[in-house]
Design a protein around this ligand. Sequence first.
Ligand code: DX5
Ligand code: ZN
Length: 226
Amino acid sequence: MSLPEAPRINPSILAADFVNMQADLARIATADFAHVDVMDNHFVPNLTFGPQMVERIQATSPIPLDVHLMITDPDRWAPGYAELGAASVTFHLEAAADPVALARRLRSIGSRAGVAIKPGTAGEPLYEILDEFDQILVMTVEPGFGGQGFMAETMPKLHALRQEARRRGSDVWLQVDGGISESTIAQAAEAGADTFVAGSAVYGAEDAAAAVTRLRDLARAASLEP
Ligand code: DX5
Ligand code: ZN
């Protein structure tokens, strides 16, 4: 699979209409990946869907899937999402017993391996194991719900991860998720993000495809600034 260039915009289907998913997937056909939030009502206080629904989304989506697992025991459950064909599977560092072994397993199945950290989780423990991952997700809200406010206090951690990746010559993608909109995306791009999840900012727009293009343009302009 050829990979889309940065900046990448991944609309979160958490903000889609769950009973009109096929039509709402078609609305984001110009985006880079469909971001799929799996929540188990245990790791986070909200419940979405599991592998059976994700398998149908995979069969229906015009673009590849970026699965974000907000679940307990990803060591056990994450490989199933790679096996059903998700292009990228991201699990939470806070929930994984053996993050490196799990990332290797995801890659061996053929998906990209991502690791996510909550706003209160430090980025430094990832420095030594950066090469094990294709994507680091720096959460810019507490995971669990769409439509929350962007937490700018996570930006120094993102920036430090960007510098560390640069220092090591790593091509790991740095993703942000939560509160990304036309008014916050530039800050995240300046701090070093190259992959942006946006739920309400895309699905809340009259024209979702146009919202994706505007977000991408704003991120590109901000990442070009010195
Ligand atoms: C939150 C989810 C996000 C959410 C983002 O736990 O991981 O992907 O859908 O929604 P917005 O963009 O509305 O903050
Ligand atoms: Zn998410």
